[in-house]
Ligand binder design. Structure first.
Ligand code: TRP
Length: 460
């Protein structure tokens, strides 16, 4: 077998893994889900899921990856359980589907970078026209996909690690500066209250499901990203502290994004917070408006910097999404990394075209499907989100944890986690995993998966 790449340092691995986790999910998805989910109560449920349920899933993926030293599918073969590699295949499929629409949204962010550069703040009121201009938006998406393919083709330490180490810190600096600016605006505090003071009367099942889906998506779980990345890390790394750092970084950036956006919404709405639940268009409407308020060259520079960093955050995520299918074909079919990266990205781009057309340009893809018992139709992009994110990720997570506990066996999982972690045997984390991994976690994920399917597709 050809020599596989590796991360050159622990910090490089953490940067790349946190780079995978931190992306549109945090800065675009988290604020709009929070806005639609009633504010702080959504945040609370989300935090609970991240630490109590998602963190053990991440550890399990990392342990499977490092032990096997293989891609998401090959890992199951290498552990001697070829029959179970359908879990990895489901993961590869999820990765392809997620990347196909993710790239469309990244293309929007890319396009906004140019709009801000030319000072076109009026784009705030023209988001709908922007997404229907499919030739422009499709070209931005294509450029984005080419960047992703280029980095993945360069391999682990030369491409993925190097990009992440520079981009992640810049993003944090930019967002914290915007928070400071936002906090001094009139009515900023109404937004902060909405974000931080939970209203328990708003708690319901859909808040719980959405928070769960958001946690899985934001942490890049359930499709073998961390099996794949885990296969490139060294035996001396402590998996528990790595997983903890990645989770904290991801949650931290989501909170930072919230602290940035909600005061701005408080300001824009004059304290009424109207429009806070507007969904996916939230940041594409609120932020350019704010940059327009700042105005002139400064507004242009701030807007351009923000959207370019959003693109970079998205890029470290698209890289990880593409890496999963690429590592699979490189390991299992002995295709060169370069060829695999260009081939896969081409396929994914084509699969994403209906998602591109379904935002108002083509009525067929915009009103693509009407689920059983639904009163309105669902567009193609949302349809893929419902299948891949909402359903496949919790299902994949459930199967991986079940596999680790009962097929590979909990003792092997423990043995792998113990490598690089002195004192694991007596640790709290070992007891906690012993408590959740064998039954509670897979059962909870299975129930959530089934409920999501019933509610989303069958309207129950
Ligand atoms: N977590 C990323 C985000 O928040 C998206 C992402 C990258 C992802 N790799 C993934 C989501 C794997 C699910 C699975 O934007």
């Amino acid at each position: 077998m050809a020599v596989r790449g590796n991360f050159s340092s622990k910090i490089g691995f953490i940067a790349a893994a946190a780079g995978s986790a931190v992306g549109l999910g945090n800065i675009w998805g988290f604020p709009y889900e929070t806005g639609a989910g009633g504010g702080a109560i959504f945040v609370l449920v989300y935090l609970f899921f991240c630490f109590a349920l998602c963190f053990p899933v991440m550890l399990t993926e990392l342990a499977i990856g490092r032990k096997s030293g293989r891609n998401a599918v090959g890992a199951f073969n290498a552990l001697g359980h070829k029959k179970w590699n359908f879990i990895g295949k489901l993961g590869v499929l999820s990765g392809v589907l997620i990347l196909s629409f993710y790239n469309v949204i990244a293309g929007w962010a890319f396009g906004y970078t140019f709009e801000m550069a030319t000072g076109n703040f009026a784009i705030a009121e023209q988001f709908g026209d922007f997404t229907t201009d499919v030739f422009a938006v499709g070209s931005y998406g294509l450029l984005f996909m080419l960047c992703t393919a280029f980095i993945v083709s360069k391999g682990i330490s030369g491409g993925i690690e190097r990009a992440a180490k520079i981009l992640m810190p810049s993003l944090i600096v930019m967002m914290v500066s915007l928070i400071i600016y936002a906090l001094f605006l009139p009515n900023a505090m109404t937004g902060i209250e909405f974000f931080l003071l939970p209203d328990f009367s708003k708690l319901n099942l859909s808040v719980v499901f959405n928070a769960m889906g958001q946690a899985f998506f934001s942490l890049s779980l359930g499709m073998g990203t961390f099996i794949t990345y885990g296969s490139y890390i060294s035996k001396s790394d402590n998996l528990v502290s790595s997983a903890a750092l990645i989770t904290l970084a991801d949650v931290g950036i989501a909170i930072i994004a919230g602290l940035m956006i909600f005061p701005l919404i408080g300001f824009v709405s004059g304290g009424t917070l109207s429009g806070v639940g507007r969904g996916p268009e939230l940041i594409f409407v609120t932020l350019p408006y704010i940059f327009g308020e700042i105005g002139g060259t400064t507004g242009s520079i701030v807007g351009m910097s923000f959207f370019s960093l959003l693109c970079f955050a998205a890029l470290t995520s698209t890289v990880s999404l593409l890496e999963v299918p690429v590592a699979y074909v490189v390991d299992e079919f002995k295709i060169s990394r370069t060829k695999a990266a260009w081939l896969m990205s081409g396929i994914v781009y084509l699969i994403g075209i209906p998602s591109l057309l379904g935002n108002g340009y083509s009525s067929f893809f915009t009103e693509f499907i009407t689920y059983i018992n639904a009163t309105t139709s669902t567009d193609f992009l949302t349809f893929i989100v419902n299948i891949a994110n909402d359903s496949f990720l919790p299902l994949g997570g459930c199967l991986m944890v079940f596999f680790a506990a009962h097929v590979w066996k909990k003792s092997n999982l423990d043995a792998e986690i113990a490598i690089g972690f002195e004192g694991y045997e007596e640790s709290f984390i070992k007891k906690y995993l012993g408590f959740v991994v064998p039954f509670l976690l897979p059962a909870t994920l299975a129930v959530i998966f089934m409920m999501i399917v019933l509610v989303t597709f069958f309207g129950l």
